[in-house]
Design a protein around this ligand. Structure first.
Ligand code: MN
Length: 240
């Protein structure tokens, strides 16, 4: 096959304690999956039906194998860039109509991720009943730490999660507070689309989301996964 230009390599997560890379196929994110966060967003927590959105794999900024600090660029078009700490789940096998009881066998591993959000744009989109996409899906919108294999850390069903901004605690929660469990999320997405190896899931954020600015440092933790540090870098924009 002759391409018009060389196709890009897949964007990858790094796998802990190995030289392995995990190629990212798609990113599915669940909205309002913790009661207190749904409330702080002005929504009514509900279990009638989950809803999902996507981020583009090219927008992931993956931590390197050494576990160094992750640096992301402050995006354009927002004065209210916000963090959301989340458990990220990576699948190495796919399927359709996966039963919750069999969902865990599709999980390769877990990481700490931030679902960065242009909250002011999201408010405009919500107000107009437009899609959220450009509020959630933009350059560097998904910093993700090293991937820990389920074989090493076990299946994660509970565990504390925290997020600090400049060493001040902003978010606390526990994975067992999810409205839709990880296994239920996998099952529900697989009813909507066929899942594939390389698909990763953002599983929702607890309460306490807020704004960050240039040069802020975020530290996110999940009990079984350690911590990640993310800094916001101002980018000088000039006409292309
Ligand atoms: Mn989120």
């Amino acid at each position: 096959m002759t391409y018009v230009f060389p196709p890009p390599e897949p964007n990858c997560l790094t796998v802990a304690d190995s030289g392995l890379f995990f190629p990212i196929r798609r990113i599915f994110c669940i909205g309002r999956n913790y009661e207190e966060h749904a409330l702080e967003m002005g929504a009514v927590p509900q279990r009638a039906m989950p809803f999902f959105f996507q981020k583009s794999p090219t927008f992931v900024v993956a931590q390197n194998h050494s576990g160094d600090k992750i640096e992301i660029r402050h995006p354009s078009a927002t004065a209210d860039l916000q963090y959301e700490v989340e458990l990220v789940v990576a699948l190495d096998t796919g399927g359709r109509d996966i039963a919750p009881e069999r969902a865990a066998q599709h999980i390769f591993g877990y990481a700490i991720g931030l679902d960065m959000t242009r909250r002011d744009l999201q408010a405009v989109f919500k107000g107009n009943r437009w899609p959220w996409d450009m509020a959630k899906n933009f350059d560097d919108c998904a910093p993700i730490g090293v991937l820990h294999r389920k074989a090493d850390v076990g299946e994660i069903r509970t565990g504390n999660m925290t997020l600090d901004v400049n060493a001040r605690r902003r978010q606390t929660g526990n994975i067992d507070q999810m409205i839709w469990s990880v296994n239920e999320i996998i099952s529900e997405i697989s009813k909507l689309v066929e899942l594939n190896p390389g698909d990763i899931l953002f599983t929702g954020t607890p309460a306490g989301v807020g704004r960050v600015d240039d040069r802020d440092t975020l530290c996110a933790t999940i009990d079984q996964l350690g911590s990640i540090h993310v800094t916001i870098k101002k980018i000088d924009r000039h006409p292309g």
